[in-house]
Write a protein that binds this ligand. Structure first.
Ligand code: PEP
Ligand code: MG
Length: 551
């Protein structure tokens, strides 16, 4: 038996083959090629495969999201064969006598730059499409598998670590679980695993060797263990755990359709955290009563260029419409720290968690902010959208955010574009500064949502990405819980509601504390909704105390 101990960061037991993540290294070097005909044949083959893949994607999209969405892939397929584009590649091959991937990359860059310089906003937006198509052809030339998993069967994905952008681009239907040498339970890859309801273990170090590729393994997200060739006793324990897990899932289904109310009648909103429109299916399957946090930056992370206003609008509108009148809180761009987006060209910083991130980027780059706010307000005409700003520390920031909202509403009104002028505006309370000035902030917004992941990081001076901090990163620390209480009191004093959208919201052991504080909303990963509902329904709010706040 081989047992590798790590840290469980997303619960569940699964069995499957270990597969080591193929990192797509697209460093393309120019090579001199003697046999140009052979390069052209390789190119033709890669173009053909790209067209076939795009055809499959368009079909899948048409079935799942309708004709409009499928058009994107059909347009991409047309670009692959576009006369000017192909001619540019051929010219490059002939003049440089180079390898096909280099010619495609150069031609793609030229074309993307040409589109990016156009006056018409629609044409400018096509430069991202050209980059996508170029990447696809290059991948096919290099034999790189999109999504990093070249396997016919679902696998346990092993890696040194995964950036959130890498995790987002994976084909989720092929992943049974994650096993990572590095990583941290509080980083966004672990959060994504929980959102997707996929068991995950991090911090396994060198013991997770690439030589184990292809071997059948069990992972237990609760104990943080990866096990190969289990002995009989271990196998029996794993099987029992698996059966219990399935029984519990079935039992939890009885919670669907039930109200989130305590035995003494206190109602609390149980919402979900999502990262993309695809996650709405899990919200509905688990009967989430709203979206408490849509991490909009994942749209930016999954994209190779700035998502356009229309692209964002489609994503927000899809979620708002699918939630059918239930509240959908969309957080504006929160990049920086572990969520790095190449095309933003963010400077390398000594302390990125304390640097130019989140709302600071939006306030520094009004055009980026405006594009997103326009998309958000346009989507507000299709459901109950609320807008939330991350990483707030000061009253002036909120005033500037509100001014940006007003300006966008004025524009849309002048253009005759429908939007909801009553769209709720809220902020994330996730810095100690925002806790200290919460009474002033509460006068400016409609709601607070506490980001306990960052609030813990900044209150305890503990880097959430660092896996070695162990017990020092303690979201149960009385300082964090007292900050929560101060936030809740400030909100209620101003007559606004307060929720929690950090990972702590799903911590059942703290539910009595949250009830005692009068927290109005808990936003959790979709898989946590029904267990949380079961716990709420057996609680008595009046008997809950704040003893967890004592040292
Ligand atoms: C938080 O900080 O608690 C939060 C919900 O935001 P994120 O984890 O995306 O930083
Ligand atoms: Mg945060």
């Amino acid at each position: 038996m081989i047992l590798i101990q790590g840290k469980g960061v997303s619960r569940g037991v699964v069995k499957g083959p270990l597969y080591f993540y193929q990192r797509t290294d697209r460093q393309i070097v120019q090579r001199v090629c003697e046999d140009l005909e052979a390069e052209k044949a390789r190119l033709a083959d890669a173009q053909q495969r790209s067209i076939e893949q795009l055809g499959v994607l368009a079909e899948k999209c048409r079935e799942e999201a309708g004709d409009e969405a499928a058009v994107l892939f059909e347009t991409h397929a047309m670009f692959v064969e576009d006369d000017d584009y192909v001619e540019c590649i051929m010219d490059m091959l002939d003049s440089e006598q180079c390898n096909a991937e280099y010619a495609v990359q150069q031609a793609g860059e030229q074309f993307a730059a040409m589109f990016a310089a156009m006056d018409d906003a629609y044409m400018r937006a096509r430069s991202a499409d050209i980059r996508d198509v170029t990447t696809r052809i290059i991948n096919n030339l290099l034999g790189i598998v999109e999504g990093g998993i070249d396997s016919d069967v679902p696998v346990i994905l092993a890696a040194d670590d995964l950036a959130p952008s890498e995790t987002l681009q994976l084909d989720k239907s092929k992943i049974l679980g994650f096993a990572l040498q590095g990583g941290s339970g509080n980083g966004h890859t672990a959060i994504l695993a929980r959102t997707m309801g996929i068991p995950a273990i991090c911090g396994m170090g060198d013991a997770l060797k690439p030589e184990l590729e292809g071997r059948t393994a069990y992972i237990d997200g609760e104990t943080g263990r990866v096990i190969l060739d289990p002995d009989n006793l271990t196998l029996q324990t794993l099987r029992e755990k698996f059966e219990k897990q399935e029984q519990l899932k079935a039992l939890m289904q009885t919670m669907r359709g039930q109200e989130d109310v305590t035995l003494d009648g206190r109602h609390i909103n149980v919402y979900c955290n999502i990262g993309s429109p695809e996650d709405v299916a899990a919200v509905q399957a688990n009967d989430g009563q709203g979206i408490g946090l849509f991490r909009s930056e994942f749209l930016y992370l999954a994209s190779s260029d700035y998502p356009t206003e229309d692209e964002q609008f489609e994503a927000y509108k899809t979620v708002a419409a699918a939630m059918n009148g239930k509240r959908v809180i969309i957080r504006t761009l929160d990049i920086g720290a572990d969520k790095n987006v190449g095309y933003f060209d963010l400077k390398k910083e000594e302390n990125p968690a304390l640097g130019v991130r989140a709302i600071r980027i939006c306030l520094n780059r009004p055009e980026v902010f405006r594009t997103q706010l326009r998309a958000l307000y346009r989507a507000s005409a299709f459901g109950k959208v609320a807008i939330m700003f991350p990483m707030i520390t000061s009253v002036w920031e909120v005033k500037e955010c509100r001014r940006a909202c007003e300006a966008v509403m004025k524009e849309l009104k002048a253009e005759g574009i429908p939007f909801n002028p009553e769209t709720e505006i809220g902020i994330m309370v996730e810095t100690p500064a925002s806790v200290f000035v919460a009474e002033d902030l509460a006068k400016l917004v409609d709601f607070f949502s506490v980001g306990t992941n960052d609030l813990t990081q900044y209150t305890l001076a503990c880097d959430r990405q660092c896996n070695d901090l162990g017990k020092f990163f303690d979201p149960h620390h009385p300082a964090v819980l007292r900050a929560l209480k101060m936030t809740a009191d400030a909100a209620h004093k101003a007559g606004i509601w307060v929720g929690i959208c950090g990972e702590l919201g799903a911590d059942l052991s703290l539910l009595p504390t949250f009830l005692a504080m009068g927290i109005d909303e808990l936003s959790v990963s979709p898989a946590s909704v029904l267990p949380l509902r079961a716990e709420i329904r057996k609680s008595i709010a009046q008997l809950c105390t704040l003893e967890a706040l004592e040292c």
